[in-house]
Design a protein around this ligand. Structure first.
Ligand code: AP5
Length: 216
């Protein structure tokens, strides 16, 4: 098992991707994101159809497809490249995924970002993503220097298909129905640490950095 095995959970737009990037950089761990992996393979044919059919509607991709992605990603984190573990962002999202993860990992800590519904909707509908390098921005909270242009690579900033307001509603409902029970599961196992996700990225990070340092 890897030295640091961290899970970050929270509803869509809670800031999982933003904070996972900082965890990866500070604690020398791989950022394993199922959402990112699925976006790179949106048109991959599976026995259930393509990931795109689920993602653009705001629904969860079937467990077996996502479990396979995670299994391959975690097997690759073997320390050869100097990394000391991983932070899992966006997985597990169902009880069945959590049970599968239990068979291939020994999780140190599960961070749970708690954010109000109004904040989630503001963050998601205002998010813009670089179509070339994937860097995230927000039209109000984290704007690029030049509107519509990525600061890092000069690429064009676009809105994710699933950040439209109607799809955001479905994503939040999917989260409540299927992922909230996973939060309870980790609470019962004594692994869950709740973090107030309402502050600025730096405020949230200050809390997370201390928790990860204490638990890994
Ligand atoms: P995924 O990409 O994982 O989406 P998500 O969980 O809905 O999370 P987001 O990426 O939208 O938000 P985030 O919490 O990472 O927030 P972020 O840091 O970007 O999954 C997409 C889809 O893939 C799913 O709907 C599903 O179809 C499928 N999928 C993925 N994993 C799956 C699984 N395990 N099983 C089945 N299906 C799966 O921040 C959001 C915005 O807010 C940004 O603009 C950011 O700049 C801003 N922001 C962040 N933090 C702050 C802050 N503190 N203050 C102000 N603004 C902030």
């Amino acid at each position: 098992m890897a030295e640091r095995e961290i899970v970050i959970m929270g509803p869509p737009g809670a800031g999982k991707g933003t904070q996972s990037g900082r965890i990866a950089e500070t604690f020398d761990v791989d950022h394993v994101t199922t959402g990112g992996a699925l976006r790179e393979n949106k048109d991959m044919e599976t026995e259930y159809g393509t990931p795109r059919e689920y993602m653009d509607a705001g629904e969860l991709v079937p467990d077996s497809v996502v479990n396979e992605i995670v299994s391959v990603a975690l097997a690759d984190v073997d320390g050869d490249d100097g990394l000391r573990g991983y932070v899992l962002d966006g997985y597990p999202r169902t009880i069945s995924q959590a049970e599968y993860l239990d068979t291939i990992a020994d999780i140190d800590v599960v961070l749970y970002l708690s954010v109000s519904h109004e904040t989630l909707v503001d963050r998601l509908t205002g998010r813009r993503v670089c179509e070339d390098c994937g860097e995230n921005y927000h039209v109000d909270f984290d704007p690029p220097a030049t509107e519509g242009v990525c600061d890092d690579c000069g690429g064009t900033l676009i809105q994710r298909e699933d950040d439209r307001e109607d799809v955001v509603t479905t994503r939040v409902e999917e989260y409540r129905e299927k992922t909230a029970p996973v939060v309870e599961h980790y609470e019962e196992e004594g692994l869950l640490v709740e973090v107030d996700g309402e502050g600025t990225p730096d405020e949230v990070w200050a809390e997370i950095e201390d928790i990860v340092a204490a638990h890994t």
